[in-house]
Design a protein around this ligand. Structure first.
Ligand code: RP5
Length: 162
């Protein structure tokens, strides 16, 4: 299986985006991460997507902050599903990133996750679910992950007053 590709606009996005990689690792889905910027390295963006098509990458996770064009630009180059993760920004705390990624005009689709680490982790989970459509073992591991969460909730302590 070609690895899920995790792309991000800057090295500074990695503390958030590695949550996607951790989730994929836990679910034993191969992944590869790389910095590709829509603004700073547009040529690399185009060639990376050509290579992803040639390699048979099943799904791309893309994180970016601020004027977060990366997921939409990646989606413009490929029909591989792109999952966008809005990375918190210094000035607007990621609301800018969220709106930049989620408000794709009709005709080019990007799936948008929550802002920050939870969104990155869920992007990893959703990527595994996409891979799981055609890979029974991955689907089984996603189901086991869900079951472990369920069991944890059900075995939680009784709620008491402080
Ligand atoms: C975006 O600009 C990146 O995705 C990052 O979130 C943001 C800031 O990048 P740096 O200035 O930290 O490299 O392109």
């Amino acid at each position: 299986m070609a690895p899920v590709l995790i792309l991000m606009g800057s090295q500074s996005d990695w503390p958030v985006m590695q949550e996607a990689a951790k989730m994929l690792k836990e679910l034993q889905v191969p992944w590869r991460a790389q910095v590709v910027s829509a603004h700073r390295t547009p040529d690399l963006l185009a060639s990376t997507m050509q290579q992803a098509e040639a390699d048979g990458v099943p799904v791309v996770i893309a994180g970016a902050g601020g004027a977060a064009h990366l997921p939409g630009m990646l989606a413009a180059f490929t029909a591989i599903p792109v999952l966008g993760v809005p990375v918190p920004s210094k000035q607007l705390k990621g609301l800018d990133s969220l709106l930049s990624i989620v408000q794709m005009p009709k005709g080019v689709a990007v799936g948008t996750l929550a802002v920050g680490p939870a969104g990155a982790a869920n992007a990893g989970l959703l990527a595994a679910q996409i891979v799981g459509v055609s890979d029974k073992q991955v689907r089984q591991r996603v189901n086991e992950f869900r079951e472990a969460q369920r069991a944890k909730v059900l075995s939680g302590p009784d709620l008491e007053l402080d």
